[in-house]
Design a protein around this ligand. Sequence first.
Ligand SMILES: CC(C)(COP(=O)(O)OP(=O)(O)OC[C@H]1O[C@@H](n2cnc3c(N)ncnc32)[C@H](O)[C@@H]1OP(=O)(O)O)[C@@H](O)C(=O)NCCC(=O)NCCS
Length: 257
Amino acid sequence: MISDFLQNPGVLLPIHSRVESERFGIDVARLNIPIDSPASDIQIAQICNESSADILILRYPSTRNRLAQSLADLSKAQAFQADTLVYFSKDLDPITESSKTNYSWKFSIASPNDNSIIKALSQIIFQDYPNHYRSNHRLGSQSIVDGYVEWASFGLADSAKLTAIIETPDSKKIGFALVSFDENGAEIELNGVHPDFHNQGVYSVLLQMLMGYLANQKIEKLSISTQIQNTRAIRAWVKAGFNLEFSLNTFHIMPRY
Ligand SMILES: CC(C)(COP(=O)(O)OP(=O)(O)OC[C@H]1O[C@@H](n2cnc3c(N)ncnc32)[C@H](O)[C@@H]1OP(=O)(O)O)[C@@H](O)C(=O)NCCC(=O)NCCS
């Protein structure tokens, strides 16, 4: 979540990722570097060099423009940039957000009964979705899609999260957004629209309705992130009034055998 990068956890330590390790059948760890971390590039590079994980997924602010070369020079590990992530956010105002209604598309909050449709939607929406996993030849394509399906399904089952659904006028469920909450507000973790319904403004409506719903719940800020090349999603966010917060480089670090 965005809070991983806005709060300083103190000591930097790679964290074993159980879910990703089980999914890919290898030892996967994560290391997130917050925006204002006092750690030097040399310290970060040393931690990466000593990692024993099969893949260490490192995310650090793109403003550290000299770190990539230090990572390229690691003696015990090889590293490559797997994607660039951009975070956007918007302050929600109950009056402005809730005045934007009028749509023929229908908005609802999903229940656990929607599990099979949420799984089917994520399967098709994220079939070829380009992310940092896909940059790595070691990771199987089907496991990557399965990961999205599992993420959406577990998110739906999590009572601390919310899954919003967008439907056609005849009640066909064609898109969703999984939202989580913390002290910074709400964050869309995962979202998309069935490809048969692209380019009809469905996503923009889903965003508007979701922003209105959250503003009415007194949520003050909504954040979201994606890969920098996802121009379609980013354009929709800019139109909806979101602003760029910061960008992160994702590196995969693997031991040299
Ligand atoms: C990104 C994504 C959600 C966009 O969905 P979408 O429903 O096609 O988006 P919209 O229709 O709202 O907007 C797309 C375009 O349709 C245009 N549009 C809006 N209303 C329209 C209408 N009534 N008729 C025709 N076109 C319209 C928009 O202007 C926009 O064009 P632009 O890209 O030139 O600005 C979809 O491509 C998707 O699911 N991608 C895979 C998952 C993903 O990337 N998720 C987001 C990041 S986590």
